[in-house]
Design a protein around this ligand. Structure first.
Ligand code: ADP
Length: 159
């Protein structure tokens, strides 16, 4: 069984994330979508809400949704998974992802990071931009899964 961990904040899950999950399932038998919990940050959606939204949007039994705190490589070891899956959007993602992949390799040489290029329809979608647009009443209907949309509007008191 080939498994990979797809880590991120998923605050909230976007269609860009969904695309990486769908394509990741073509390469791996099992994906663990792992929400990184950072106690120093205040997210828009709680961990429980994010777990629920991802589970609803990804009913595929090959997808497990979990969360972790602390070092990702420690979590990978704890789960006995040797592959980390990341999505790459623009060049701006590259520098950070390159640094992180190298840091993770230094910390855990047995854990490999695999990158998938985003689809052209998704390269501009980030959770942060979705949050900002939604907060200002912008139309994000095509950017997030159907189940996320009403919850997002609710957060900002929109209909
Ligand atoms: P964001 O950067 O949108 O806040 P996360 O921190 O949750 O998202 O990202 C988790 C992973 O998903 C990262 O590897 C990120 O590069 C990737 N990702 C996020 N949005 C997209 C997208 N639109 N297309 C491809 N990959 C994406």
């Amino acid at each position: 069984m080939r498994a990979a961990i797809y880590p991120g904040s998923f605050d909230p899950l976007t269609n860009g994330h969904l695309s990486i999950i769908a394509r990741g399932l073509k390469l791996f038998d099992r994906l663990i979508v792992a929400i990184a919990v950072n106690p120093k940050k205040t997210p828009l959606f709680t961990v429980e809400e994010r777990v629920e939204l991802i589970k609803q949007a990804c009913p595929d039994p090959r997808v497990e949704v979990d969360h972790f705190e602390g070092l990702l490589v420690n979590y990978a070891r704890q789960r006995s998974v040797k592959v980390l899956l990341r999505g790459l959007r623009a060049v701006s993602d590259f520098d950070y992802e390159f640094q992180m992949a190298n840091m993770n390799r230094t910390l855990a040489p047995d854990v490999e990071t695999v990158f998938m290029m985003t689809g052209e329809d998704y390269f501009y979608i980030s959770s942060q931009l979705v949050r900002e647009a939604a907060a200002l009443g912008g139309n994000v209907d095509n950017l997030v899964p159907k189940n996320v949309l009403p919850r997002l509007k609710e957060k900002f008191g929109l209909k």
